[in-house]
Design a protein around this ligand. Sequence first.
Ligand code: NAG
Ligand code: NAG
Length: 142
Amino acid sequence: MRAYEKVLLLVSFLTVLEVAWSTGERREVMNPGSPSNVSKNDQELGKALLVATYSFNNQSNDAYLFKTSEVDKAQRQIVKGIRYILEVRISRTVCLKRQGRDLLDCDLQPEGLLHQTFQCHFEVLSLPWLHLMTTISSHCQD
Ligand SMILES: *[C@@H]1O[C@H](CO)[C@@H](O)[C@H](O)[C@H]1NC(C)=O
Ligand SMILES: *[C@@H]1O[C@H](CO)[C@@H](O)[C@H](O)[C@H]1NC(C)=O
């Protein structure tokens, strides 16, 4: 094996290791490519949900911010990064967009005229070694 081949091998090995490390689930190293369920308390899942709701809010014309009200399904798959596949419900909060409040401080609308929930399918790609998370797919319906 030539020297540069050894370096390439080492780099790809380190990348896989880093993915495994950042997801905190070693067994995924053995099982790249197949989606596996993510615990609802997972910290990285929390970040992925925020990234998805931020892009939803950015694209909606609603005067109010929406946030996740229910996580129906959350999976993670290793493909050039970590892909989060999310089935969630997001609901209107009491925060007006123009107030510029932090979404985490916004309560959901109480039952009534302004109460509204969408069923969404989001996909978020995380590249932990670049500290990057981005929404790659977003579909919501009433
Ligand atoms: C929000 O959307 C605008 C245009 O639709 C885009 O230029 C901007 O980068 C988006 N911001 C975020 C934080 O996604
Ligand atoms: C993954 O989660 C979904 C929805 O929460 C559940 O229906 C399914 O049985 C879970 N699969 C495994 C392998 O735990």
